[in-house]
Design a protein around this ligand. Structure first.
Ligand code: ADP
Ligand code: MG
Length: 333
């Protein structure tokens, strides 16, 4: 009997786990709460995230992944162990896992991810470059000799890549994505209204009313924060058009990254991409009008994948079925 086969998207913001034959079994923030007095792990995932910005000094709420690689090995391992324990009963065989990692991770960074998975209970751990996983999860025909362009806008980084014959032909990434958008919103609200808002409020604004391009009808939202001058709580009403302004800079940086990949794409593949368009994945793809924004700034059609936040994990689990074909991309990591 074989153990479970599992695909894992170990993101900077979210960890998503797909069990082959079962679909998504876990989707939680990559956040861990640690007691600083005795280095004990107090909570992981959703439970830990609820503590962000709300803990006494003796508790640290940390994100063990940064820019897609492990920033804190011990905490990452503990987080994976906890997530594995949630999805595999102790009687089951240890799972075979495929974990997505950013393009261009060093062998040391790759080994750290693999070791953390094995220490946490995996039997074997393979690595797959994120764009390959995302494209597989988005049902793109990456095994054919055609140009397939995927743009993954996550929390910490945006990654663009052109894939053909199971291999990455051109790629580029930038450390500007969802979190930089939240920071841009925080800075805008502080500058314009003298109002301090938290990280989570900024993200809520982005999701509730944010748009990459102006909307036909502005959405509005009442936003609570602390007045910078008087120090007291205050509420202002913010419109989508303001968020579009606030996001101009991070969005332009993402568009530049996408363009740089298109500029380096061999002509035959570029011609395929112009015909089929690029596919957007990651949580940032859910920003209103993100697809139209990239079309406007690159001249190439863009389509949001069906479940943009799940693509990478789904693709990682599918990758386990294509191991021989992916071998070149998977094992050189
Ligand atoms: P990662 O792979 O880095 O963990 P994800 O692909 O899970 O990141 O995306 C997380 C990011 O997507 C967060 O910054 C979150 O704010 C953003 N996000 C989620 N939903 C939306 C939405 N509807 N609109 C805009 N951004 C969103
Ligand atoms: Mg991601």
């Amino acid at each position: 009997m074989f153990g479970k086969q599992i695909g894992i998207d170990l993101g900077t913001v979210n960890v998503i786990v797909v069990v082959r034959g079962k679909g998504v079994v876990l989707n939680e923030p990559s956040v861990v709460a640690i007691s600083l007095n005795d280095s004990r792990i107090l909570a992981v995932g959703n439970e830990a995230r609820a503590m962000l910005g709300r803990t006494p000094e003796t508790i640290e709420v940390a994100r063990p992944m940064r820019d897609g690689v492990i920033a804190d090995y011990v905490v990452t391992e503990a987080m994976l162990r906890y997530f594995f324990s949630k999805i595999c009963s102790r009687l089951e065989r240890r799972p075979e896992v495929m974990i997505s990692v950013p393009v261009g991770v060093t062998s040391v960074e790759g080994r750290a991810v693999r070791d953390a998975a094995i220490q946490a209970g995996a039997r074997v751990a393979h690595l797959i470059p994120e764009p390959l996983a995302a494209a597989l999860g988005a049902d793109m025909p990456i095994g054919t000799p055609t140009g397939n362009m995927i743009v993954d806008i996550g929390g910490g980084a945006s990654e663009a890549a052109v894939i053909s014959m199971h291999g990455i032909v051109v790629s580029d990434s930038v450390r500007v994505a969802g979190e930089k958008m939240d920071e841009a919103i925080t800075a805008y609200v502080r500058r314009k209204y003298n109002l301090m808002i938290g990280e989570q409020t900024a993200e809520q604004i982005k999701i509730a009313i944010g748009s990459a391009l102006p909307l036909e009808e502005d959405l509005t939202m009442d936003v609570r924060g602390r007045d910078q001058v008087q120090g007291l709580p205050r509420t202002v009403t913010i419109a989508s058009s303001e968020i579009t302004d606030a996001l101009a800079e991070p969005l332009a940086t993402i568009a530049t990254t996408v363009r740089s990949v298109l500029e380096r794409t061999p002509p035959e593949l570029a011609s395929d991409i112009i015909d089929r368009g690029m596919v957007l994945a990651g949580g940032g793809a859910l920003l209103r009008n993100m697809d139209q924004y990239l079309t406007k700034h690159t001249g190439v059609p863009a389509n949001v994948a069906e479940e943009p936040m799940l693509c990478t994990a789904v693709g990682a689990s599918r990758g386990l079925q294509h191991l021989p074909l992916l071998r070149r991309a998977v094992d050189t990591l």
